[in-house]
Design a binder for this molecule. Structure first.
Ligand SMILES: C[S@@+](CC[C@H](N)C(=O)[O-])C[C@H]1O[C@@H](n2cnc3c(N)ncnc32)[C@H](O)[C@@H]1O
Length: 215
């Protein structure tokens, strides 16, 4: 898919692709929210797969602008909002929430100041955004709504399943892919080894898509 990507906006990667494959079968006729939309790749895929409506939210103004431009480029109607997580759509409900949030463990706990690193840095355990996202699901999902979230095994699939369960969702892993570390994970390998988050010498990670459905 041709996507405009200004500097500082996440380049579509293998996690985007894995989640895209999963969401295509689950969004027809549904109202979809893509949180942390970057270029809008997931939002556009949802619209092309027959979603009833698609809303994309990103904290970064450049990403929101890119998602809007890309939706026009691909002739799909997407509503784009800029802001933190669910704040720009507070009070609304969606049938399906899709997210490829920042999930790479970082040396700092607080969100980074650097624009591009905001796409992946996610606190010491990689769960800074993931846990906020999971705990916010009850307020954003319709009664039969579901969430599709992609992340690395390094920040814990069981932790996501437990966080979704605490939010009233039945959750399980619906897709997996073992992939060599990309440049960010390679650069963090020593930190992750020192923290015991990967075994010494490990340079592959499993990417998982966790699906949660409201009970
Ligand atoms: C890994 S990128 C994913 C981009 C796109 N969804 C994809 O799969 O290609 C994570 C995105 O989350 C955005 N983001 C980071 N913190 C956020 C927050 N608190 N609220 C909304 N978006 C956020 C980043 O700007 C970035 O675009």
């Amino acid at each position: 898919m041709l996507l405009l990507r200004p500097p500082g906006v996440y380049r579509v990667d293998r996690d985007t692709a894995l989640l895209t494959d999963v969401l295509r079968d689950r969004v027809r006729g549904r109202h979809v929210l893509d949180v942390g939309s970057g270029t809008g790749a997931l939002a556009i895929a949802a619209a092309q797969a027959g979603a009833a409506s698609v809303t994309a939210v990103d904290l970064s103004r450049r990403s929101a602008a890119a998602a809007w431009l890309n939706s026009r480029l691909h002739h799909v109607p997407i509503t784009v909002r800029c802001g933190d997580l669910f704040t720009p759509v507070r009070g609304r409900r969606f049938d399906v929430v899709v997210a490829n949030p920042p999930y790479v463990p970082a040396s700092d706990q607080s969100p980074t100041r650097y624009r591009i690193a905001r796409c992946w840095d996610a606190g010491h355990d990689g769960r800074l955004l993931l846990d906020r996202l999971c705990s916010g699901l009850p307020e954003i999902l319709t009664d039969d709504g579901s969430a599709l979230v992609v992340h690395s095994e390094v920040c814990g699939e069981q932790a996501t399943i437990a966080a979704m369960a605490a939010a009233g969702l039945d959750a399980r892993v619906v897709a997996r892919a073992v992939l060599p570390f990309g440049p960010v994970m390679r650069a963090r390998a020593a930190l992750l080894e020192a923290r015991g988050m990967i075994v010494p010498g490990q340079r592959v990670e499993e990417i998982v898509v966790v699906a949660g459905e409201r009970r």
